[in-house]
Write a protein that binds this ligand. Sequence first.
Ligand SMILES: NC(=O)c1ccc[n+]([C@@H]2O[C@H](COP(=O)([O-])OP(=O)(O)OC[C@H]3O[C@@H](n4cnc5c(N)ncnc54)[C@H](O)[C@@H]3O)[C@@H](O)[C@H]2O)c1
Ligand SMILES: [Zn+2]
Length: 351
Amino acid sequence: MTTTAPTSVAAYAAPSAKAPLERTTVPRRPVGEHDVLIDIKYAGICHSDIHQARDGWGEGIFPMVPGHEIAGVVAEVGPGVTKYAVGDHVGVGCFVDSCRECAYCRQGLEQFCTQGMTGTYNALDKNGEPTYGGYSTHLVVDENYAVRIPDGLALDIAAPLLCAGITLYSPLRHWNAGPGKKVAVVGLGGLGHMGVKIAHALGAEVTVLSQSLRKKDDGLRLGADHYYATSDPATFETLAGTFDLIVSTVSAPLNMDAYMGLLKVDGAFVNVGAPEEPNALNMFSLINGRKTLAGSMIGGIAETQEMLDFCAAHGLGSEIEVIRAEQINEAYERVLASDVRYRFVIDTATI
Ligand SMILES: NC(=O)c1ccc[n+]([C@@H]2O[C@H](COP(=O)([O-])OP(=O)(O)OC[C@H]3O[C@@H](n4cnc5c(N)ncnc54)[C@H](O)[C@@H]3O)[C@@H](O)[C@H]2O)c1
Ligand SMILES: [Zn+2]
């Protein structure tokens, strides 16, 4: 299959875990039978990009082009493509392939594919070629691993939904956040701010547990009913036994025992943050109160589409700061310093 797709495209890559990201070019495969070529317009910066580009989760594949919050426009389709046409608005999240045959793939839980999903970057595809992510001008992807960005959701505020949005939507739905439920979101960053918006839209009573009260006004504006500082020990006394569900988005280890004390009997603490170090827990914090400690990782393709449709129906997008590509390294430092309200999004026209 031949294609008009560029085979070499502009991108920003980390040459190694120690080096800043810089402009380069990376190869993209020709558009195959079931592929779409996406003209990337915006790419969000997720904290996971930083963990990986700095080898925080183990040895990465370099050069690394991060980016798994991708929003763009279909520029070309393969002859077998049925879902999309040129001009459609589409998104790509954290994975671009999976085995498609295992029980989880068949259930729409491709993120838990028994063969391992193929990451959008920092992974090898089925041919053993490295994948390169969204800090780039173009991407070629199988149509089954793209989702439709509904009309009414601008591409810049939609991009972060492809990871931050689905990572919070999936556990909030799975653990039944809704009317009558008291839900806490720990950490008001990229993931956390989407958690507040989505939990509020689902009808839950939402509390933000943030390190300080610095972002309180924002939290309340985003949909939180209450806002507490976790640096204040009184918070853990005032809120003891309060929540049905706590979702932690924190990128560093937490005092788990303190947070378990905030749950009701039968409450669940769901961790979506991915700290680089392990976290200790005293088992008495779990057994006293029949509590659940769980984790959750992004969401499958069908649920990601459901989340985008939900966000469009409720007018929810990410709060963003659009940056030029040459500001990526500075943006990384600002994310690490908790200085982002609430997601950096790269305008890929500047790459
Ligand atoms: N499970 C998944 O599928 C999934 C998906 C995406 C990202 N992640 C991970 O989630 C984490 C958060 O990602 P993000 O992009 O939202 O990062 P972020 O940096 O935008 O947000 C993290 C927030 O946690 C806050 N924080 C740090 N320590 C805290 C503490 N002790 N108490 C309360 N708040 C605290 C920070 O100030 C910041 O606001 C990262 O570890 C990332 O790798 C997991
Ligand atoms: Zn992410």
